[in-house]
Design a protein around this ligand. Structure first.
Ligand code: BES
Ligand code: MN
Ligand code: MN
Length: 462
């Protein structure tokens, strides 16, 4: 039987299995879901075994386990390493979901007329890494696996992949491969296939601003003692100037500027600004002066407040001058910014701009390096050929604004090309309420991954 007919025959089961995986609330950030994260790891282990992988192992770490499995059919053949993550973002706020986040439902949308599965993790990343296990199953079942394959599926991507770093460093030999396939990004659209060749890095900070030693009556003290929330807002506002340029000294020092030709090529990607605004219900976009939206996201660093709190936020009104104010602030970074350096620059600057009326604490949570991958490697060529075959159109290279911190480590330590072979769309609501993944994206993804293996082996002269 051909891979294509096996896929066609098993489509319904492939979807059902994904639904079963999506039912497990594997939220790595929330200790309440610890047992479920482990349950998802076991689900991945079982599905790798059923698909035909050998040496399937739950590799324990100080955090959540990494699931490993492989099929080495002939050491002389090229080897593909598949990376993905079975953990998901918290689903909060639950009340903004149209259906419960861990009770997957199939619904049609304007963008997904064939239907999409709505659940936390549908596109990020369960629906995407599971395509690889199903493509592998199909190739195994039809005796069509043309390359060796290794799987490494982790459970801590959404909290910074700290333990994966150590695992990769300790298992370089075991993870040796000719290419690394990662489906955890977007493509422009079903009619506009694309392959991601750039990801931003990140430095995630938390700040605490303390004013008086206790909450005060805002009448007795207001106007005479610094309000830490007012101060924090002013400090945050000063982090960007009127051109949305970040004011932290040294912040741009290592930023790689692209050539005019490179920028022009980037901006040739299909992009409709009014459609972009329409989908977000915004009247105008916003960002660093002198750059297009594509550039602001793809090649420029930025700084955003992810959350800010303090004082009274309950029902009704309470007149209080709070003692403390807090904020979580992330910076998205581009080559060659180093997140450890940026975290220090931020901390020094944030302390320097604090008025004497408050004291400031700054803490770095996690970070990750930006990455740019080749658009001419053998792996890229195979991915290009595979997409051209299944989508009927040659994919274009794009740069995305999100981060997968482990990609840069893969490049540095494993020396093989990572291919960011994502099949989701930016409207799939990753990290948002009502996350979903198109059924068609899922099925064409499986088909395209199988095609990748065939092209990759052919390009290796097999
Ligand atoms: N899959 C995303 C990254 C992504 C999304 C890349 C869309 C390109 C397009 C990944 O799971 C993720 O969310 N990463 C985090 C970073 C992590 C350190 C928490 C991110 O980008 O916020
Ligand atoms: Mn992801
Ligand atoms: Mn994510």
């Amino acid at each position: 039987m051909s891979v294509a007919s096996y896929l066609e025959k098993n489509n319904a089961r492939f979807l059902q299995e994904l639904v079963d995986l999506l039912r497990i609330p594997s939220v790595s950030a929330d200790p309440k879901f610890k047992a479920d994260v482990v349950k998802a790891a076991n689900f991945v282990k079982n599905s790798l075994e059923k698909a035909g992988a050998d040496l399937v192992e739950i590799c324990e770490t100080p955090g959540f386990p990494i699931v490993y499995g492989e099929k080495i059919i002939d050491p002389a053949l090229p080897t593909v390493l598949v990376y993905g993550h079975y953990d998901v973002q918290p689903a909060d706020p639950y009340e903004l979901w149209d259906s419960p986040p861990f009770e997957p439902v199939l619904k049609k949308t304007a963008i997904h007329p064939e239907g999409a599965i709505f659940a936390r993790g549908a596109a990020d990343d369960k629906g995407q890494f599971y395509m690889h296990i199903k493509a592998f199953e199909a190739m195994m079942a039809t005796s069509n696996l043309p390359c060796n394959v290794k799987f490494m599926i982790e459970g801590e991507e959404e909290i910074g992949s700290d333990n994966l770093d150590k695992f990769v460093l300790a298992n370089k030999e075991r993870l040796k491969a000719d290419v690394i396939l990662i489906s955890d990004t977007h493509m422009i659209g079903m009619q506009d296939p694309s392959i991601t060749v750039g990801l931003r890095g990140m430095a995630y900070m938390e700040v605490e601003v303390t004013g008086p030693n206790r909450d005060l009556h805002s009448g007795t003290y207001g106007g005479a003692v610094a309000n830490p929330i007012n101060v924090l807002c002013k400090m945050i506002a000063s982090l960007k100037d009127e051109n949305e340029h970040i004011t932290i000294p040294g912040f741009y020092e290592k930023v790689q500027e692209l050539s005019v030709a490179q920028r022009q090529r980037l901006n040739e990607a299909p992009f409709d600004l009014s459609e972009y605004k329409g989908k977000l219900d915004i009247q105008e976009v916003h960002g660093e002066k002198g750059y297009t939206t594509i550039e602001r996201v793809g090649i420029r660093p930025t700084l955003d407040v992810n959350g800010i709190w303090g004082g009274y936020t309950g029902e009704g009104a309470k007149t209080v001058l709070p003692s403390k104010a807090f904020a979580k602030i992330s910076m998205r970074l581009v080559p060659d910014q180093d997140w450890h350096e940026i975290a220090i620059l931020f901390e020094n600057h944030f302390k320097a701009i604090a008025p004497a009326s408050v004291s400031v604490k700054v803490k770095a949570h996690h970070g990750g390096a930006p990455a740019v991958v080749s658009d001419s490697s053998l792996g890229y060529q195979a991915a290009e050929a595979a997409m051209e075959e299944t989508f009927g159109k040659r994919p274009i290279p794009t740069r995305e604004g999100g981060s997968i911190p482990i990609v840069a480590l893969f490049q540095k330590e494993l020396g093989s090309d990572p291919i960011l072979f994502g099949f989701g769309l930016d409207t799939d609501a990753l990290h948002s309420p009502n996350e979903h993944y198109g059924v068609k994206n899922y099925l064409i993804g499986i088909e395209t991954i199988a095609a990748f293996f065939r092209h990759f082996s052919t390009l290796h002269g097999r």
